[in-house]
Design a protein around this ligand. Structure first.
Ligand code: GDP
Length: 433
C-alpha cells in the first residue's frame, strides 16, 4: 500500500480533510486501551484502492517556531509519502508560507496534488486561479467542511500513485524491533547481526530496500525491517513520539514478527503501552524483549515477578513470549532467532479441519456455552480460513450468541491443543446457512 501525506500551513483545514478521508475507520485503533486517540495516521479506502495517509500537521516539536515546524513536516512528508496533498486556503489566498512549501515540494520531485480548501462558494472558487502561481499544476478546489471535491481529489491521488510492486519477502522471515527511544533497539539489532551472522547484500526475488537488512543464519534467510531508521536517521525524529509511531507502523506492516523492546533498567513506562498496542493490533507475531537485563538487581524470584508485571500491564499480549536479554553483554541474544522462528511458524500454522473440529467439539462438551436470553450458542463446525494470524471461522446458529469470554475459552483450547506461540488467533462467528 502506498502512503499519502497531507501538508500545509496551520489552519488551512488539514485535520478536517484528514478526518473526512479516513471516515469511520478512524475509531478502529482506538479499541485497545492505551493506544493513541489523537490520530495522525489512518487508512483511506477509495474504489478498489487503499492507501495510508498521514496528517503531518499533527507532528509537532515542542517550543519551535512555526516555520521550523512546517519545515520538518514537509521534510517528513517528502521522505515518507508516495503522493503529497498540499492544502492551501481560498479564503486567505497565496501566503508566503505557501510559497515556501511549494518550493520545497517542487525540488522533491514527488507527485503533488494542490488542493485549495475552503472553496465553499462560487466566489471563493474563483480565487483558485491565483494558485497557479505556485507552479504545482492545476489546483483543485475542495471544501473539507462541506465535503465538496473530495472524490475528485482521491481520484487524482490514485492516478498519481506510483505503481510499485511491493513484494513481501517471500520465504524469508522478516521482523522489526520497536520500542520507546533508548530502550536498546539499535544495540539489539547490532547484537543480533554480530552473532556470527552473514549479512547478505541482495536476495534474489525480493524488492531491494536500502533500509532493510537481510542476513542468514545457517542457511535460513531473515530480514530486519527498517533498520536504518533505527540506526541512523531515527535518532533525530524518534523523540517526536507520533513520528516514531508512524515509523513503527510502517515497519510492523512489512514484518512477520515484531520484537517489542522494554528498557529493563527503567522498567515499564506509560509510553510502552502505545507501542505494545501497535504490535498487538497488527495481528503479527509478537515477542516481548525485556532488555538491559544486565542492569537489573536480581535473585531467583526476579524473573517471575517481572513476568507477572508484564502480563498485568499488557493483558492483551498474553500470547507473546518474553525474552530477557542484554544487548550490551549479548546475554540471551542468541535465543532470539530460534524464538522468532518458532513464533513465525505458529503464525503460519494450518490446522487440518477434522482435527480442529475434534478440539472444538471437545471444548464444547467440557464447557457448554451458557444460554443468553434463553438461547444457547451452538457451534456446528469450524474452519481455518487464513494464516498470519491464524483465523478460525465458527459456523454457528446465531453469531450474536458468541460471547467474548467463550471466544477466549475456545482460543485457549486451541492454544493448548496446537501450541501456538506468539501469534494472536482470530475467531469469527458466522451463521451457518
Ligand atoms: P534505541 O534508541 O532504542 O535504539 O537504543 P540504543 O540501542 O541507542 O541504546 C540506548 C542506550 O542504552 C545506549 O547507551 C546503549 O549502550 C544502552 N544499552 C542498550 N542495550 C543495553 C543493555 O542491554 N544493557 C545496558 N546496560 N545498556 C544498554
Amino acid at each position: 500500500r502506498g502512503t499519502v501525506a497531507i501538508v500545509g500551513r496551520p489552519n488551512v483545514g488539514k485535520s478536517t480533510i484528514f478526518n473526512r478521508l479516513i471516515g469511520e475507520r478512524k475509531s478502529i485503533v482506538d479499541d485497545t486501551p492505551g493506544v493513541t486517540r489523537d490520530r495522525i495516521y489512518g487508512t483511506v479506502e477509495w474504489l478498489t484502492q487503499s492507501f495510508h495517509i498521514i496528517d503531518t500537521g499533527g507532528i509537532q516539536i515542542e517550543d519551535q517556531p512555526f516555520s521550523e515546524e512546517i519545515n520538518m513536516q514537509v521534510d517528513i512528508a517528502i521522505e515518507e509519502a508516495d503522493v503529497i496533498i498540499f492544502i492551501t486556503s481560498a479564503k486567505e489566498g497565496v501566503m508566503t508560507d505557501d510559497m515556501a512549501i511549494a518550493r520545497k515540494l517542487q525540488k522533491s520531485n514527488k507527485p503533488v496534488v494542490l488542493a485549495v480548501n475552503k472553496a465553499d462558494n462560487q466566489e471563493l472558487q474563483m480565487a483558485v486561479y491565483e494558485f497557479y502561481s505556485l507552479g504545482l499544476g492545476d489546483p483543485m478546489t475542495i471544501s473539507g467542511a462541506h465535503g465538496i471535491g473530495l472524490g475528485d481529489l482521491l481520484d487524482k491521488v490514485i492516478e498519481l500513485m506510483p505503481k510499485k510492486e511491493l513484494k513481501p519477502y517471500e520465504g524469508i522471515t522478516s521482523f522489526c524491533v520497536i520500542g520507546r527511544p533508548n530502550v536498546g533497539k539499535s544495540s539489539l539489532v547490532n547484537a543480533i547481526l554480530k552473532e556470527d551472522r552473514v549479512i547478505v547484500s541482495n536476495i534474489e526475488g525480493t524488492t531491494r530496500d536500502a533500509i532493510d537488512t537481510p542476513f542468514k543464519v545457517d542457511d535460513k534467510e531473515y530480514m530486519i525491517i527498517d533498520t536504518a531508521g533505527i540506526r541512523k536517521r531515527g535518532k533525530i525524529y524518534e523523540n517526536i513520539e507520533k513520528y516514531s509511531i508512524l515509523r513503527a507502523m510502517n515497519a510492523i506492516e512489512r514484518s512477520n514478527v515484531v520484537l517489542f523492546v522494554i528498557d529493563g533498567e527503567l522498567g515499564i513506562r506509560e509510553q510502552d503501552k502505545h507501542v505494545a498496542g501497535l504490535a498487538h493490533e497488527a495481528g503479527k507475531g509478537v515477542i516481548i524483549v525485556y532488555n538491559k537485563w544486565d542492569t537489573v538487581d536480581k535473585d531467583e524470584k526476579t524473573m517471575n515477578a517481572i513476568e507477572k508485571e508484564i502480563r498485568a500491564q499488557f493483558v492483551y499480549l498474553d500470547y507473546a513470549p518474553i525474552a530477557f536479554t542484554s544487548a550490551l553483554t549479548h546475554s540471551k541474544v542468541n535465543k532470539l532467532i530460534p524464538l522468532i522462528d518458532e513464533v513465525h511458524d505458529s503464525c503460519c500454522m494450518r490446522i487440518m479441519t477434522n482435527v480442529l473440529n475434534d478440539v472444538i467439539l471437545d471444548a464444547q462438551m467440557m464447557n457448554p456455552p451458557k444460554p443468553h436470553l434463553g438461547k444457547q450458542l451452538k457451534i456446528y463446525y469450524a474452519s481455518q480460513v487464513s494464516v498470519e494470524p491464524p483465523t478460525i471461522v465458527l459456523f454457528v446458529n446465531d453469531p450474536e450468541l458468541l460471547h467474548f469470554s467463550y471466544s477466549r475459552y475456545i482460543e485457549n483450547k486451541l492454544r493448548e491443543a496446537f501450541g501456538f506461540v506468539g501469534t494472536p488467533i482470530r475467531i469469527i462467528a458466522r451463521k451457518k446457512s
